[in-house]
Design a protein around this ligand. Structure first.
Ligand code: HEM
Length: 71
């Protein structure tokens, strides 16, 4: 996750995916691919910070289940 999206994009997405789906070309491309808008979950700044920390941790510590080409 943190290799595909940077720390400017990720908090904006977690804060307001609904707004990003209107304005951000990467978000629009995901909607085109997955056909389902991610709902805004009213995450707090603290929760968003914890998710970002977790994504960094997971990218360092969790083995992918599929080869990179399939993701
Ligand atoms: C707090 C919980 C959640 C977190 C932390 C989260 C995080 C994310 C992130 C980081 C992405 C970007 C993926 C990428 O760059 O490839 C994403 C995309 C997406 N998420 Fe979530 N998500 C959450 C909850 C949900 C829920 C409840 C749904 C349910 C329907 C959902 C549906 C989607 C979809 C469909 C996408 C693809 C983009 C789009 O079509 O809008 N997410 N999510």
């Amino acid at each position: 996750m943190t290799k595909r999206r940077n720390d400017a994009w990720l908090p904006k997405w977690l804060k307001a995916p609904d707004a990003m789906l209107q304005s951000d070309s990467d978000a629009k491309a995901m909607l085109e691919k997955y056909k389902l808008p991610m709902p805004n979950q009213n995450l707090s700044e603290v929760e968003i910070g914890e998710y970002i920390k977790y994504f960094h941790w997971a990218d360092e510590n969790v083995e992918p289940q599929q080869p990179a080409a399939a993701r």
